[in-house]
Design a protein around this ligand. Structure first.
Ligand code: ZN
Length: 157
C-alpha cells in the first residue's frame, strides 16, 4: 500500500525491513553468488568510490565539528583567539606532549582522523583544547603566553 507522505513511507519501509523474517530473506538475497559478484563489481566503479569517499569525509567532518565544540568550551572556535573556520582548527595538547602521545596511541598511523577517532573511542579525555593552526604555531614559539591562568600565576609568584 503506497503512502502519500514520503516520511511515513520511509518509516514503514524501515519497520518492514526490521522484521526478522524479512531480514533473513534480505540476507539470503544478498548472499546469492550472483548478487555478491554484482556488488563486488559495483564496489570497483568510480561512482561507488566517489560516494564512499564523500560519506567518509562527511563522517570525519561531523566528528571533527563535535570535537572542536567539545574542546572549544561549547563553540567550534579557537579558545585563544576565537578563530572559527573549521579547516583551520586543530586539537592541541595543552601540555605540549602531542607528538609523543600520537606516537604512543597511533602506532604508525598519521591522519588527524585516526587521532579524532582515538579521542572518541577513549571517551574524550581531558588535556586537549581547540586551537587554530596559527595559535598553535605561536604557542610553539612562545609557550608562556598560552599557559592556563593559574599556572601562569604560579610562575609569576
Ligand atoms: Zn587561534
Amino acid at each position: 500500500m503506497p503512502y502519500k507522505d514520503p516520511a511515513i513511507a520511509r518509516a514503514k519501509a524501515r519497520e518492514r525491513s526490521a522484521r526478522p523474517e524479512i531480514k533473513a530473506h534480505q540476507k539470503e538475497l544478498r548472499d546469492r553468488p550472483e548478487a555478491k559478484e554484482r556488488r563486488k563489481a559495483y564496489e570497483k566503479t568510480e561512482q561507488f568510490k566517489k560516494i564512499r569517499r564523500k560519506s567518509e569525509h562527511d563522517r570525519n567532518q561531523r566528528l571533527k565539528l563535535f570535537l572542536m565544540i567539545h574542546y572549544g568550551k561549547g563553540k567550534a572556535e579557537c579558545v585563544h583567539c576565537g578563530f572559527s573556520d573549521m579547516d583551520g582548527l586543530t586539537l592541541d595538547h595543552i601540555n605540549n606532549d602531542g607528538a609523543a602521545h600520537r606516537r604512543q596511541i597511533l602506532k604508525g598511523k598519521h591522519g588527524c582522523k585516526d587521532f579524532y577517532r582515538w579521542v572518541k573511542r577513549n571517551n574524550y579525555p581531558s588535556g586537549l583544547q581547540t586551537l587554530c593552526s596559527n595559535c598553535q604555531s605561536i604557542k610553539k614559539a612562545r609557550p608562556n603566553e598560552f599557559m592556563p591562568k593559574q599556572t601562569a600565576q604560579l610562575v609569576l609568584a
